[in-house]
Write a protein that binds this ligand. Structure first.
Ligand code: ZN
Length: 579
């Protein structure tokens, strides 16, 4: 396993290559592993088989990550497209091999000794994995990946006519969040006109995905895709009823606060009524923006991490040195930001679409939280399953770092840093109802998979009335008719991965509130949590960092209440000063 303090073995990102696996060879490798496991005479022999299996999985996982990354970087590159298609085609075959070995381990008479060695969490995750797969759904999984790729492709190639230019989605977003109200409105009109033009395609892809996923669930014996979706998310320590209770707390304690925040925002912007194109802007003079270009930002980031913690400092220096960042928007690159990782080298990679707005800093600190955790775990965890924890825990690392970097925001925003902090906190609270709406919507969709496109739009409108009652689209026809959710990538390609952000936000806010009392101790607790990787399920990880579970009675209300108190102080400070 790679040593995190030594980066000599890490190739530069542009030179990274993982050979395309040969399915016959990999199948033979798995056959040998299974035979060796059956024949193993003692504990040590079994551990050796598991070590070899893990090595193989790390190689396959790195290949998958690289194939997907390269395609997202250049969706027009035919070589990358072919590799990604091969990967989508082969992944379910590899899952079959993997699940077969997991079944063997789960049923092993030596399981107690193995659990003692690796921890119970691996076995809980594998139980989830084997419930979510049977060879009978192999072809469906290939088809699902194809449909997801169609959505990514469609959005990556969106060209939006705006004031004589053809813009991609990140570029138009910049205009849609600028200081001039008319420009924002015009940019939103242009953006949503593209969605109107592509409604049949967007509806078709989603409808096929919902039907396909539902059919997979039925083949596996689940009543609906909701149950299968939870298994695929490897949720081992909470269920749909817990999530429903959490959403009801959001409705009860956060929606009224969010409505009040929107009212205050309207007053600050000096508008009688807040329309959708005003929602992203908190200042009449426009949101604070980073004060320099991309290279400048990376230098400021290095300064920030140097000041925060030696482990963050050396990590980020390595990321820059090895070219593990691709953050600038360009045509043909897919939209969005994410962090992926290559276990064979023990390094992560951050992908983004910077457009010069404050979101660049937020995406940057967010993805670096993921990347830092991956880098710490990939060298210390004995099992691939433990490098990343489950998704809601991962988002604590990322959203946590967004808040823990607060004291350093002067580096990016100068004297407007306090405004950035106020906006970031406001947006973080406003996010909770939106996240809950996206999650609730998906439950409705998969509980009634036969619904038509129009019925799904009605479901979304019901969610907006419930969770975002302030929202007004006026003449933006597509979202006014209930189509807003079609730009939310997760709904298409990561079903049920959304409440994770709300659960994580409830934890990230706790980290932040604590850091206001003792910054150093909180940062150390954060680094320790990252070092713990995914050895424990979500609520146990949260507890290990001294945080309360979002599912516990009263936690959300308490956290949001305390955050609101700080927000009041920030808001009055920002209205007094000209910061
Ligand atoms: Zn994230």
């Amino acid at each position: 396993m790679p040593d995190p303090s030594d980066s000599n073995h890490i190739p530069h990102a542009t030179a990274m290559k993982v050979p395309t696996p040969d399915l016959d060879e990999v199948t033979a490798d798995y056959d040998k592993l299974e035979a060796r496991l059956d024949a193993a005479e003692d504990h040590d022999a079994r551990l050796e088989v598991i070590r070899d299996w893990d090595g193989l999985r790390r190689r396959l996982d790195s290949w998958r990550s690289l194939a997907h990354l390269r395609f997202n970087q250049e969706t027009d590159n035919n070589e990358y497209r072919t590799e990604r298609e091969q990967c989508d085609e082969m992944t379910p075959r590899l899952t079959r091999l993997d699940v077969s070995l997991k079944r063997k381990l789960l049923a092993s008479p030596h399981r107690p000794a193995l659990e003692e060695k690796y921890g119970a969490q691996a076995f809980a995750l594998w139980e989830s994995d084997v419930m979510a797969f049977e060879p009978i759904i192999e072809e469906d999984l290939v088809q699902e990946a194809k449909l997801e790729a169609q959505y990514v492709d469609l959005l990556a190639h969106a060209r939006i006519g705006f004031r004589g230019k053809a813009l991609n989605l990140p570029q138009i977003r910049r205009h849609a969040t600028g200081p001039h109200r008319d420009t924002r409105h015009e940019a939103e009109q242009a953006r949503w006109a593209w969605f109107t033009d592509h409604t049949p395609e967007l509806d078709r892809i989603f409808d096929e995905l919902v039907r396909l996923r539902t059919s997979m669930a039925h083949k596996l014996g689940f009543a609906s895709y909701v149950e299968l979706g939870y298994r695929r998310m490897q949720r081992v320590d909470y269920d749909a009823a817990d999530v429903a209770r959490f959403r009801s707390q959001v409705r009860q304690h956060v929606v009224p606060l969010a409505a009040a925040l929107r009212q205050r925002q309207a007053a600050r912007l000096g508008v009688e009524r807040l329309y959708f194109w005003d929602e992203a802007v908190h200042d009449p003079m426009g949101n604070p923006e980073p004060m320099g270009d991309y290279d400048w930002m990376l230098s400021r980031a290095q300064e920030m991490f140097d000041a925060m913690h030696p482990d963050l400092a050396s990590f980020f220096a390595m990321m820059r040195d090895r070219g593990l960042l691709d953050l600038q928007a360009r045509n043909g690159k897919s939209d969005g930001g994410f962090c992926t990782g290559f276990p064979i080298w023990g390094v992560p990679f951050i992908f983004g679409n910077f457009n010069g707005s404050k979101a660049d800093v937020e995406v940057f600190t967010h993805e670096n939280g993921h990347a830092f955790q991956f880098h710490r775990s990939s060298s210390s965890m004995e099992l691939l399953d433990y490098i990343w924890p489950t998704a809601e825990s991962c988002e604590v690392h990322s959203m946590g770092l967004e808040f823990l970097t607060w004291p350093h925001m002067e580096l990016f925003f100068g004297e407007r840093a306090e405004r950035f902090r106020r906006n970031h906190l406001t947006d973080s609270l406003l996010f909770l109802p939106y996240g809950a709406a996206v999650d609730h919507f998906q439950h409705l969709v998969y509980e009634r998979p036969e619904a038509s496109g129009d019925e799904r739009r009605e479901m979304w409108q019901e969610m907006e009335r419930t969770y975002l009652p302030w929202r007004r689209y006026r003449d933006l026809a597509h979202p006014a008719a209930g189509g807003f959710w079609q730009l939310q990538r997760h709904i298409y390609i990561n079903p049920f991965y959304y409440i994770d952000y709300c659960l994580a936000q409830t934890c990230a806010l706790q980290f932040w509130l604590r850091s206001r009392e003792d910054a150093d101790a909180t940062l150390n607790a954060y680094v320790a949590l990252c070092n713990r990787g995914g050895r424990l399920p979500f609520q146990a990880l949260v507890q290990s960092a001294g945080l309360a579970s979002p599912f516990d009675e009263g936690v959300l209300e308490h956290v949001v209440g305390q955050s609101q108190d700080v927000l009041e102080t920030l808001a009055s400070k920002c209205s007094r000063d000209s910061c």
